[in-house]
Design a protein around this ligand. Structure first.
Ligand SMILES: CCCCCCCC/C=C\CCCCCCCC(=O)SCCNC(=O)CCNC(=O)[C@H](O)C(C)(C)COP(=O)(O)OP(=O)(O)OC[C@H]1O[C@@H](n2cnc3c(N)ncnc32)[C@H](O)[C@@H]1OP(=O)(O)O
Length: 219
């Protein structure tokens, strides 16, 4: 396995999954087996493609060949398309960024009912400019981590109402950073969480988010 995050507790993701019930160890265990034991290699190669794609300047003469090869791969993958609730991508809680190439490849080190500690390295795919991560990738990271925290430990489903992100310093690409997040308070249906992204001792970004618990039947 390319990286190991700690496993989720049985009830911690129970209410976060709209497409399938994740209310038992057995179900979580089954989700984390989706794609099999080689799936981490596939995700790692997909992330490599993303990074090398954005970093490459192909000779124009090679562009049609690369487009065709990628097209062939996409066609092959499309043969295996399944519904949202059956996909390995995003289900693999044992992998950085749940094994979903859109998500930052963060690795969770500690997870309690109200606190998360994780490591994350932004890659060339997330580059904005001048060695700094694209500003839009930070709300993505905070939404994922704060959102999961707000939905964990058997709490019922809550959706992001807002994420307020402060950019304090540039977020370097290619350097391992630390992320801390806490669920700070709950007021009725409202859950407030906050997080900090650190480069050494320097807070490069922090965020506060409101997650509102859905009413029964609310989409
Ligand atoms: C399938 C297999 C795969 C397996 C999966 C593996 C496990 C996965 C593990 C983990 C996954 C999760 C990890 C990621 C989590 C990320 C979460 C997201 O990104 S969610 C998407 C983005 N968000 C939306 O799309 C929301 C769209 N908006 C809405 O739906 C509504 O606006 C909503 C629910 C947020 C609130 O609407 P209302 O009608 O329910 O609630 P009202 O009554 O208006 O407000 C309730 C209270 O909240 C305040 N409020 C609402 N919005 C506010 C705002 N923007 N700012 C301030 N206050 C707000 C209101 O003022 C009110 O407060 P007063 O009760 O009066 O004190």
């Amino acid at each position: 396995m390319e990286n190991s995050a700690r496993e989720a507790s049985p009830d911690e993701e129970a209410s976060t999954d709209h497409g399938a019930q994740t209310d038992s160890w057995a179900h979580l265990g089954a989700m984390m087996k989706r794609g099999g034991s080689d799936y981490p290699k596939l995700v790692a190669q997909m992330r490599r493609v993303q990074d090398s794609f954005v970093a490459a300047h192909l000779p124009a003469v090679l562009v049609p060949e690369f487009a065709e090869q990628l097209g062939e791969l996409a066609d092959r993958l499309a043969e295996y398309e399944v519904g949202e609730s059956a996909r390995p991508a995003g289900s693999r809680l044992d992998l950085p960024g749940r094994g979903h190439p859109f998500l930052l490849p963060h690795i969770v080190d500690q997870w309690s009912d109200t606190r998360v500690e994780a490591r994350v390295t932004f890659t060339p795919f997330h580059l904005g400019g001048n060695g700094a991560a694209h500003g839009g990738s930070l709300p993505l990271l905070f939404d994922e981590v704060l959102g999961r925290l707000a939905n964990s430990s058997g709490r019922s489903i809550a959706r992001t109402a807002y994420i307020h992100v402060n950019y304090r310093h540039i977020t370097p690409v290619g350097k391992q950073l630390r992320l801390e997040a806490t669920l700070d308070r709950e007021e009725g249906r409202k859950r407030y969480a906050s997080g900090r992204l650190l480069d050494g001792d320097v807070v490069v970004s922090d965020a506060e988010g409101l997650f509102v618990e859905l009413r029964p039947g609310q989409p």
